[in-house]
Design a protein around this ligand. Structure first.
Ligand code: ADP
Ligand code: ASP
Ligand code: MG
Length: 405
């Protein structure tokens, strides 16, 4: 007998028929003698629709109220699934995030899990019940509802798997595993049988929406076997591990991309007496995530610093920078929208110099301009015009032979 966590994403629970279908998969695991905790997302496009409703009323609703609103989506699914499982004869209890004791910090819309006391879930499992938990939500120390960021139900599932010491955490979705790139946009993307936590963590952080980055972080830290598989077929999916055998000595394992990137540029008066850190400290204090940073100090020119952020943070970033302009000591701030980030990832890169050069060479041949670059031991990212994002991803997928088995 094993303890398993099964997580179903929005498209897998989009209708009551689909809920009936996944109930048969859950039923299968239960009759095989497993203890089963199920984590669910909101049905289909519910979260987007709820966001749309709020936007009809306000351009800038408070994050606290947004969390109260958005968390309702998952609550609908958990109750419907529990109703269906009870209907087919399985004793089932549904729990919201706070009923499951999932404690978070108070960063509304992007809260981090701080603690999960699994006593209630474990007691229910001991009573031979199936437990269905609403993904994506928790409760802050102040007792307010929080949400974990878009795609955060994956993180709920892995956090529960860690807390109950599950044998496996299965993420059921609309693709049958993790691919070398998003199969919706890269024609020759190929399904991987296994992938390293670190590689997946980079891919997820760089825009591969198949898993929430914090879910991968949790799985790595608590050594949870994490598998991504399809809700619609029996394929074994892709398993994440600490280390995997590299197929065909491929240095690059995946290509990820992310739209809606903005580049901000700040120019300083000379002599500049301030600290570069102060801008980034101020942005961080306002929970604005800065990604790539490029500083340019050239004799005879005013020093500049450019950095990239997500478009959704632009209005807030400008407000924060403008209101601290004097204290931060800059004289000019400009921004460029319509950009995207394309990245190649692979743990073998560290010992293979020349990968970045090969990437730039191919992009040049494709006439794709590179606006910013960032590298680490296992990735190279470039910022390019958004219109070039998908062509760049396809070209790099081809350049590094990712379609080959
Ligand atoms: P769910 O609602 O089940 O959480 P998501 O839409 O969040 O599903 O994640 C699944 C989607 O992730 C796929 O439909 C696919 O388009 C996208 N995706 C992005 N990168 C990858 C990748 N490397 N491998 C597989 N799918 C990917
Ligand atoms: N429903 C939330 C979202 O759409 C969380 C999730 O699906 O993981 O982002
Ligand atoms: Mg998802």
């Amino acid at each position: 007998m094993s303890k398993i966590v099964m997580k179903f994403g929005g498209s897998s629970v989009a209708t009551t028929e689909k809920i009936q279908h996944i109930a048969t998969r859950i039923n299968h695991e239960k009759v095989n003698g497993n203890d089963v905790v199920v984590v669910v997302s909101a049905m289909g496009k519910t979260t987007d629709n709820l966001l749309g409703l709020a936007m009809e009323l306000s351009e800038n609703p408070t994050k606290r109220e947004m969390d109260t609103l958005l968390s309702t989506g998952e609550q609908i699914t958990m109750a419907l699934l529990a109703i269906q499982l009870n209907e087919i004869g399985f004793d089932t209890v549904s729990l919201t995030g706070w009923q499951a004791n999932l404690q978070t910090d108070n960063v509304h819309r992007n809260a981090r899990i701080e603690n999960l006391d699994a006593t209630r879930i474990l007691d229910l499992l001991a009573e031979n019940k199936i437990v269905v938990v609403a993904g994506f939500q928790g409760v802050s120390g102040e007792g307010d509802i929080t949400t974990l960021g878009r795609g955060g139900s994956d993180t709920t599932a892995v956090a529960i798997a860690a807390a109950i010491e599950a044998d496996i955490c299965d993420i059921y979705t609309d693709v049958d595993g993790i691919y070398t790139s998003d199969p919706r946009f890269v024609q020759n993307a190929r399904k991987l049988e296994q992938l390293e936590y670190d590689e997946m963590l980079e891919l997820a952080n760089l825009g591969a929406g198949v898993l929430h980055p914090r879910a991968v972080e949790f799985a790595k830290n608590y050594k949870i076997p994490l598998r991504v598989r399809s809700s619609y077929n029996e394929d074994v999916g892709t398993i994440l591990k600490e280390e995997v055998d590299v197929e065909n000595n491929l240095v690059v394992r995946g290509v990820a991309f992310e739209a809606d990137i903005v580049r901000l540029t700040i120019e300083y008066e000379v002599p500049f007496n301030g600290s570069l850190a102060s801008i980034f400290t101020t942005l961080a204090a306002n929970h604005i995530n800065v990604d790539i940073i490029v500083q340019s100090i050239v004799d005879g020119k005013k020093p500049t610093v450019s950095f990239s952020i997500k478009k959704e943070s632009l209005a807030e970033a400008i407000t924060v920078l403008e209101s601290n302009k004097e204290a931060l000591g800059f004289i000019f701030a400009d921004f460029e929208v319509g950009l995207a980030k394309v990245s190649i990832v692979g743990s073998g890169m560290v010992s293979n110099p020349g990968v970045a050069a090969q990437m730039f060479d191919r992009l040049r041949k494709e006439n794709i301009p590179v606006k910013m670059v960032s590298t680490s031991e296992i990735k190279v990212s470039v910022v390019v015009p958004q219109n070039d994002m998908i062509p760049a991803a396809n070209a790099l997928h081809d350049e590094f032979d990712l379609a080959l088995v």
